[in-house]
Ligand binder design. Structure first.
Ligand code: SIN
Length: 516
């Protein structure tokens, strides 16, 4: 490699990485490091769409209120204000880049999703929004002279000197060697950690690498206990938990238990359109009541044409597996979907390490609080990517000031003698699913905390990508479990049977920093 020094290094190639790269290239040379091929990312599986208050009767104020309500008291109002006020301009940017949003009667078509007051979700290709965005952005990136792409390069460490990020070490998995790359602006956009759980809508790449390397470098990691479980992923033996978009309920899909009963109105007046955490927990309660591993999503009352036009990907996925959803019920159950927590940033995507930024699911900007409002994540990426590059171009990055509403921690050392459970990916995923899933308790969390700490103590030096990822997942899993143990209340997506109510004492964020 001749050139190892760049104005910007971007780690990850989902919408956050690609969009940031396209903005950054106007200001200097850009390196994208991505651990697989450019198109291996979570973005392309996003179905429902992207939220923006552009419809008739909508406003940034209304979008702000809905986002704050879903976040259950932990959203940062400044971040939500920014998100909702800058959203419309970012949609214009995507249209200018060529993203083919669906239209109706000559205007951008909008659908409704749970906990939004009105239709506000733009979509493309019916239910292929993420894929259309990813394809459009990756074409533009490939056409850009100022962007170098290093595929199969897994970032293993942020190089930090005197509290300032200076570069990135990356493992080239094709030749098995480590390389250092130098930059004064490093942007983490590695996505989330949905693969921590046995059942997830996320692809294999979602192993929380960015959270692990940021923690090792000394970045603040926050809100890790808040993992969003999507209420409706396909649940059939031998079939991965494929996402059935929330937009299906937004268009009128109803949930029935195995006995055919339409149960959501029994739990909340908002029924299918209640926030995701409520729908997911109601489904779990219903599955327990009926002794079943699934409930059913019913769209058979919708016109067939509506189903095939609005949800061609879902329709085709099911049909290929022998289920015509216009005639039969879709077997579904919750699955892990999105991490609200991550690397703590301010309103410019800056972390507490000067020169290190985070954007997208790896980041915790404060817009999602304890429970993300559907389709706010793609918009968060666009809004904060733009702010990161504006900041990096304009001023010397400054560290984030600590806020007072936080509880600070470092990962505790646990005595793990006598625990010799072998570390395997499937065991880790089952442990997180069984002990730190939708319904949690002190007993189950403590059991998992000990096993994870034992695994952490015995980690060796990685020599291949799967082992690097496994080490990152052990660290990410520990941060999640320890945060869930500390938060002795229930709020948003974090529910504990031993503390089933929210507590005003816990209207604060749990922050971890590695003090080694
Ligand atoms: C979905 O289509 O239900 C997913 C959208 C999101 O996670 O925001």
């Amino acid at each position: 490699m001749a050139n190892k020094e760049f104005d910007f290094i971007i780690i990850g190639s989902g919408i956050a990485g690609l969009y940031t790269a396209l903005l950054a290239k106007e200001a200097g040379s850009v390196l994208i490091l991505t651990k697989g091929s450019l198109d291996e990312c979570n973005t392309k599986y996003a179905q429902g769409g992207i939220a923006a208050p552009i419809g008739h009767g909508d406003s940034a104020e209304l979008h702000f209120k809905d986002t704050m309500a879903a976040g259950a008291g932990l959203c940062d109002p400044e971040a939500v204000r920014i998100l909702t006020e800058e959203a419309s301009d970012r949609i214009t940017d995507l249209i200018d880049l060529g993203v083919p949003f669906d239209t109706q009667f000559g205007e951008v078509a909008l659908t409704r999703e749970a906990a939004h007051s009105l239709p506000r979700i733009l979509h493309a290709g019916g239910d292929a929004t993420g894929e259309r965005i990813e394809v459009t952005l990756s074409r533009a990136v490939h056409d850009s002279k100022n962007i170098t792409i290093m595929e199969h390069s897994l970032a293993t460490d942020i190089i930090v000197r005197d509290g300032i990020a200076k570069g990135v070490t990356a493992f080239d998995s094709r030749i098995g060697s480590l390389e250092n790359y130098i930059s004064s602006s490093i942007i983490l956009s590695t996505g989330g950690a949905g693969r921590l759980f046995k059942l997830t809508t996320n692809p294999d790449v979602a192993t929380g690498d960015g959270i692990a390397i940021a923690y090792k470098a000394g970045a603040d990691i926050t809100d890790m206990e808040f993992c969003q479980f999507h209420p409706t992923a396909i649940r059939l033996p031998g079939i991965p938990p494929f996402l059935i978009s929330e937009a299906v309920r937004g268009e009128g899909g109803t949930l029935r238990n195995v006995e055919g009963h339409h149960f959501m109105p029994d739990y909340t007046p908002d029924a299918e359109l209640a926030p995701r955490d409520i729908v997911a927990r109601s489904i779990v309660a219903e599955m327990r009541k009926t002794g079943s591993e699934r409930v059913f999503l019913d769209v058979t009352h919708l016109p067939r044409k509506t189903i095939t036009n609005r949800f061609p990907t879902i329709y085709r996925f099911c049909l290929d597996r022998g289920l015509d959803i216009s005639k039969g019920l879709i077997p579904v159950a919750p699955a892990s979907h999105y991490m609200m927590g991550g690397v703590r940033t301010n309103a410019y995507g800056e972390t507490n390490i000067a020169g290190l930024f985070a954007c997208g699911e790896v980041a915790c900007t404060g817009v999602h609080g304890a429970n993300r409002l559907a389709s706010n994540s793609l918009m968060e990426v666009l809004v904060f990517s733009k702010r990161i590059i504006d900041r990096a171009k304009g001023e010397t990055p400054k560290p984030v000031k600590s806020s007072t509403s936080e509880s600070r921690h470092t990962l505790i050392k646990r005595s793990t003698s006598g625990i010799d459970t072998p570390l395997r990916l499937a065991m880790l995923q089952s442990l997180l699913w069984d002990n730190a899933g939708i319904v949690r308790s002190k007993e189950k969390l403590e059991e998992a905390a000990l096993v994870l700490a034992a695994w952490h103590n015995t980690l060796g030096t990685p020599t291949d990508r799967p082992y690097y990822e496994l080490c990152n997942m052990v660290l990410g899993g520990r941060l999640l479990i320890e945060a869930a143990l500390i938060r002795e209340e229930s709020r948003g997506a974090h529910f504990r049977t031993d503390f089933p109510e929210p507590s005003s004492e816990w209207e604060k964020h749990i922050v971890f920093r590695n003090e080694d």
